[in-house]
Design a protein around this ligand. Structure first.
Ligand code: C2E
Ligand code: CA
Ligand code: CA
Ligand code: CA
Length: 275
């Protein structure tokens, strides 16, 4: 069905399951969003544990007019091959936002962009990124690319080549959703990353059961590889307190802020995040 034009969906309607119909609906929404400026980005702050200061943002994609969550529409976009185009839209939009903040003379912080494993097929991506940065006069160190460990599964060599290209450009790299997948720590030693993001599920699982030792030793290990650590999905003060005592470097979560539209995120630049 994937390869058929959207006009053929009616024909298949009867035999389609609800989930296929839903997928087709999301596909139409995505195609239209690309043509009509229907996407927008929200920005979630990242905070240094030691100082309570803003250190960066993660850019998270939203549909302006639909309540389909990114968890759903991103996987549809991956399935139908739209993720390459969407990935470029996100990259360009983030760089323009950073440029706008620079022009307002705000103390601009790095912004993280989520990079789907399938975007490795976008073989000119690094050149594209470089061009956009140059055009908008944004220094590469203000962009961080987030990859998940699944990217290594089928494409180890390709991934390493890609990551080294990013590094050479001066862009930083983080490992997203750490602790959800295969959690083989060995690949961490060969990846030119800067930051590891501990997944919310890991934080919940261990801190709520009071088995802090697991997080403790994970952070120690990550630090021993000269990488920094950010904890994702931190909602409670008590979690913050424990993560601080584990030596976690950065926190991102509802405790400080949900992802916000740029006009609201701008208020966070001078905020002190105390917990
Ligand atoms: P992710 O990269 O793991 O992003 C973090 C998700 O956790 C975001 O969900 C964020 O809103 C949510 N979150 C942050 N703090 C908290 C918290 O304290 N509690 C809870 N319950 N949730 C929290 P969101 O925005 O719905 O995005 C879901 C996923 O969609 C992302 O997970 C990412 O995998 C994907 N995604 C979003 N934007 C993009 C994009 O531009 N490109 C790609 N390839 N994927 C994206
Ligand atoms: Ca992410
Ligand atoms: Ca994540
Ligand atoms: Ca996640």
């Amino acid at each position: 069905v994937k390869t058929m034009g959207k006009n053929n969906y009616l024909f298949f309607d009867e035999s389609m399951t609800n989930s296929m119909r839903e997928k087709a609906r999301v596909e139409n929404i995505l195609r239209e969003a690309l043509e009509t400026d229907g996407f927008t980005l929200h920005y979630q702050p990242q905070v240094a544990v030691k100082t309570g200061k803003l250190t960066g943002f993660e850019a998270l994609l939203r549909l302006k007019d639909f309540s389909v969550p990114p968890g759903i529409f991103i996987s549809v976009a991956e399935e139908i091959g739209l993720i390459l185009e969407i990935g470029r839209w996100v990259t360009r939009a983030v760089i323009r936002q950073v440029a706008a903040w620079q022009e307002q003379e705000l103390p601009v912080m790095p912004v993280s962009i989520n990079f789907s494993a399938l975007q490795l097929n976008d073989t000119d991506y690094v050149d594209f990124l470089k061009r956009e940065l140059y055009q908008m006069n944004v220094p590469p160190r203000l962009i961080m690319i987030e990859i998940t460990e699944s990217i290594f599964l089928d494409n180890r060599e390709e991934t390493l080549r890609f990551l080294h290209q990013l590094k050479n450009l001066g862009v930083t790299i983080s490992i997203d959703d750490f602790g959800t997948g295969y959690s083989s720590l060995s690949y961490l030693t060969e990846v030119p990353a800067d930051l590891v993001k501990l997944d919310k599920s890991l934080i919940d699982r261990y801190l709520e059961k009071n088995s802090q030792a697991v997080i403790d030793s994970m952070i120690a290990l990550i630090h021993s590889l000269n990488l920094e650590v950010l904890a994702e999905g931190v909602e409670e003060k008590e979690q913050f307190r424990r993560l601080a005592s584990c030596g976690c470097d950065y926190i991102q979560g509802y405790l400080f802020s949900k992802p916000l539209p740029p006009e609201d995120a701008v208020n966070l630049f001078h905020q002190n995040f105390t917990s």
